[in-house]
Design a protein around this ligand. Sequence first.
Ligand SMILES: [Zn+2]
Length: 369
Amino acid sequence: MNAVELTRELVRIDTINPVSPERPCAERVGRLLENAGFAVAKYEFAPGRTSLVARRAGSGPALCFAGHLDTVPLGAAQWKHEPFGGELSGGNLYGRGSSDMKSGIAAMVAAAVELAHKPLRKGLTLVLVAGEETGCEGAAHLARTHGALGEAGAMIVGEPTGNAPVIGHKGALWLRARTRGITAHGSMPEKGENAVVKAARAVLALSEFRFHATPDPLLGGPTLNVGTFHGGLNVNSVPDEASIGIDIRTIPAVRHAELRRELERYLGPDVELTPLVDLEGVRTAEEDPFVHAVREAVAAVTGERSAPGAATYFTDASVLTPAYGGIPTVVLGPGEMALCHQTDEYCRVQRVEQAVAAYVEIARAWCGA
Ligand SMILES: [Zn+2]
């Protein structure tokens, strides 16, 4: 199977989240995997929002290839290249999702098809999900659907890394903090209770909040930013409600549930916290044998041997890695990190071909082909 042609075909299927559901794209790759001997199960978290899990059984924990089928919208700027054309030009393949991450999906499917007639000792699973771009909805749905994911012992996430292994990314915990008060006429503030003042105290307290976690050598330390502040409706009333938006980027040493409890104690009973996004960070040890195997496979294919890096974005691994019991996870994909979500997004054709070869090597090493 030609992974470049498959990438073009998938780019031509509009899967902009949430307006263009993933089902046609899931059906296309599902058929290819079924023909290659995989047992394919589809799951929808909403009508048309199809994720699929394709499994080839073996003895021992499977290797999992994971990716998402949805893309972000096109943005306001005019594209020079047709966004759903899959146009090839100057060694590049253009279109929405070409880097993030239909080239990764195509390379994973092509690798699975290439291994179809080879005996594998351990299993191989592909988890191709809907709804990643809006907060890993498809992955979360699979994780809470009993038996959907099966078992796996290691995972590759095909998000764009330019074929360089990435062994960690931060998590995101976005919270809305709400304060409440009692409204009164602005000329008699002593009769009310000012919610804006309570929120302001909370913001000042947050600006002095210190994390206890030891910084990660690759990811650094956790951070906290107050991104929004809203309160009050009219100048001559005591405001009875205010809210602030808090963006916390965590490292895997920080457990979100514990952090939320700590913040609740720290801010006191005047402040109510509600999570808006809750995705934990992911980090695999550089010394892990799976990381070593991935680096060897990449070096054999590309001739490049770079130290494993970290990504700035979060991925479905925030959901899937813990769902699989904290398995070693490497993000490795043919797309270009810098081109995600951009106008005139493209991927390099050569990297798509290299990714297929690297995925085949990684599967051989893990599954014992
Ligand atoms: Zn992505």
